[in-house]
Design a protein around this ligand. Structure first.
Ligand SMILES: [Zn+2]
Length: 124
């Protein structure tokens, strides 16, 4: 994120976990312990993939774990809500929790319904 000048006054570590991991898109959306727990809550277990999976590999796994017709919407909404959790921590000092992330994920399709197929998230 620092490459895109999204760092926070020189702080380059992840805002979602207590590790000192550098906040990269890969860490934030896929390997951060918080993100891993979020993905697990919807049935996506990245540990079943080989090391260093590609983005298409990850999308393929999501397709296998959620109804295939909405896998793209799920993928993007999960990432979007993780990003919002990150921003809430940085800008509003709100500690991220998986339960609040899941609650936001459930209403996300209502907020962004113009982008998704109708009824896309009925199954989450
Ligand atoms: Zn992290």
């Amino acid at each position: 994120m620092d490459r895109r000048h999204c760092n926070r006054d020189g702080v380059l570590s992840c805002a979602l976990c207590t590790s000192s991991s550098r906040e990269t898109s890969g860490h934030l959306f896929f390997t951060c312990q918080f993100s891993v727990e979020c993905w697990l809550r919807i049935g996506v277990d990245w540990s079943s993939l080989p090391s260093a999976p590609s983005l298409p590999d990850r999308l393929h796994l999501v397709k296998a774990c959620v109804p295939a017709r909405i896998h793209r919407e799920v993928f993007l909404s999960v990432a979007w809500e993780l990003w919002k959790c990150r921003n809430d921590k940085i800008f509003n000092d709100i500690t991220p929790s998986v339960s609040s992330w899941l609650a936001r994920l459930r209403v996300s399709p209502n907020v962004q319904s113009c982008r998704f197929n109708s009824g896309s998230f009925d199954l989450l």
